[in-house]
Each structure stands twice: as C-alpha cells, then as structure tokens.
Design a protein around this ligand. Structure first.
Ligand code: GLU
Length: 306
C-alpha cells in the first residue's frame, strides 16, 4: 500500500476586514486538509494592496484562528515583505518577452469586457493594449498614464483536477502581473509565494476557481510546481447572497456576543463540512481523524442567525 505524503497547506487572508464565518470555515478546511495528511499549516497575510489593507485586522484574524484551535507553523508571513521575489518573477517574464504594458483604466477594461463571455473569470481582459506600437506607448506615457504590466497568455487554456470540485478547465486571459501603482498583482504574488513556501495544496473559497487557470499557467511559465487545489463552496446568507456584514452576526466576535461559545461555533463550522452534528462538541484531534474531503458538501452553505 502506498503511504500518502504530508501535504503542506496555508491560509492567506486579505486584510480588508474582519474574518467572517465563511473565511473561518475555509481556514478550518485548509487546516484539516494539511493536518490530516501530517503536513504543515502556514498563515500568510495578503496585504499587498496598500490602499485596501487595514493592518489593524491582523491581530483579530490570528486571534480567531487561535481561538478555534487552528494552530500554524513558523512565523506569520506578510506578503508586503516579499516584494523582491515578486519582482524577480516579473523580471523573468519580461526578459522572456511574455509581457506588455497596458494603459487601460479599470473602467475601460470593464466596458471592453462587457461583451458576454463563455467561461472566463471576472475582469477578463480583451487584449486592447496587446499590439500597441512604441509610438502609441510613448503617447500614453506623455499623457501621464502609468501602465500596468500584463502577461501575454496567447489564448492559453489550463485545466486541473480540484479535490472538491473535480475537473475544471478555463481560459487564461492577458491578466495583470503588476498594477499601475507598481504593486505585484494578486495572481502573480500568490503563485510565487505558494511555491516559495512549499505549499502542496491550496485550499480556498470557490470564488477563486475561475482565476485558477491563470495561476496554473503562470506557475508553468515560471517553472514552478503546480500545487493541487481544493475550492470550498462559498458561504451565503439566508438571502442566498455572499456572506456580508449586513447579514448580522457573521464574525466569531459577533457570535460570541450573541451568546454562542467558541466551541459551539467550531461545531457549527465542522458540521457544515460534514464532520459532526452542529450541536456535537468536537476537538480538533477528533476532526482531524474524521476529516474526509469526500464528505465536504459541494453546495453552498447557508449561514443562519445564531
Ligand atoms: N487573499 C485571498 C482572499 O482572502 C485568498 C487568496 C488565496 O487563498 O489564494 O480572498
């Protein structure tokens, strides 16, 4: 019988607000995938978007993970401290002739992408700046527009077998590698950092499923190992909309303020992953033993008021 190897995983929250129970459920799933295989579990704070990042949330993110029993290995890493390796990866792609400057504004991209697409990710780029001449580029620069840097994807498609979703295939557009404010873009940074941190299995919300072909493509171009993926179905409120503040008690602190204990919230999250009854007290050790990707529901989880 072949022995399964440990698979290192991670949780990579953005610092845009407090974690809600949907984020914590994804973190629990990521922790269980890693720990049940005997792998490491790392935490990486995704704070590259300085305009949106609110560092004051970091402490509550870590406190929530700790309270639920989601321990991690090593130091928590902040993505903003890893800029050099992002820049090196971008330099490699530039040197290989796989990039071009793009002068489009966000609004222009949104308008150009408004035509209905088959199966592409949000914000799929139609290639407006792909064939700009040197003169056109100089003209834009003279007008004061700062370019973003895009990948020449050459109409690629990529596929992978998701551990929860199954086989998935999608197009790769000419996505942004570096934003026009100089910041490495999410798709670039996540691929470079997961590889540098030795992540074997990326577990995250299924809102990122459609952008994953971009990441697979980029890893291949950079000669990096492509991790396996498990996209956890999103959590929605009773109205079927993506979980948000307006749904009421959506964070761990909200739930505790409403009278639930942390143990009860853990049971609720674990039950939504098919691992116990919602009112059954469970330790992390028991959950680790019971964890089985096959029982994780493939449908969205509806979170009701406590
Ligand atoms: N930082 C991203 C988010 O919070 C997740 C990135 C990832 O897991 O790849 O949505």
């Amino acid at each position: 019988m072949a022995l399964a190897l440990p698979r290192d995983g991670r949780f990579a929250p953005s610092q845009t607000g407090p974690l809600h129970l949907g984020n914590l459920r994804t973190a629990l799933a990521a922790w269980l995938f890693a720990r049940s295989s005997g792998g490491r579990f790392l935490v990486r704070i995704e704070d590259l978007d300085q305009a949106a990042a609110r560092p004051e949330h970091e402490a509550s993110h870590l406190a929530d993970l700790e309270a639920l029993g989601l321990d991690w290995d090593g130091e928590v890493v902040r993505q903003s401290s890893l800029r050099q390796r992002h820049d090196r990866a971008i330099d490699t792609l530039v040197a290989a002739g796989l990039t071009y400057p793009c002068f489009c504004t966000r609004k222009e991209v949104a308008e150009a992408a408004a035509a209905p697409h088959d199966d592409g990710p949000d914000g799929r780029y139609p290639g407006t700046c792909r064939h700009l001449s040197e003169g056109d580029q100089q003209a834009w620069l003279a007008l004061g527009r700062r370019p973003a840097l895009r990948l020449r994807a050459e109409g690629a498609r990529e596929s992978f077998t998701d551990r929860l979703y199954g086989w998935f295939e999608g197009p790769v557009d000419d996505f942004v590698l570096r934003r026009n404010d100089g910041t490495p873009a999410y798709n670039l940074a996540v691929v470079v950092d997961d590889a540098a941190q030795g992540i074997d299995e990326v577990v995250r919300g299924d809102d990122l499923l459609a952008t994953t072909p971009r990441q697979v493509h980029l890893a291949r171009l950079l000669g990096l190992a492509v991790p396996s993926y498990a996209h956890v179905p999103l959590v929605v409120g009773p109205d079927g909309e993506r979980l948000a503040k307006r749904h009421g008690a959506v964070t761990l602190a909200d739930r505790v303020a409403a009278g639930q204990t942390v143990d009860q919230v853990r049971s609720q999250l674990a039950s939504s992953l098919g691992l116990c009854r919602a009112d059954e007290p469970v330790s992390m050790a028991t959950l680790t033993e019971r964890f089985d990707p096959a029982v994780v529901p493939r449908a969205r989880w509806v979170l009701h008021a406590p």
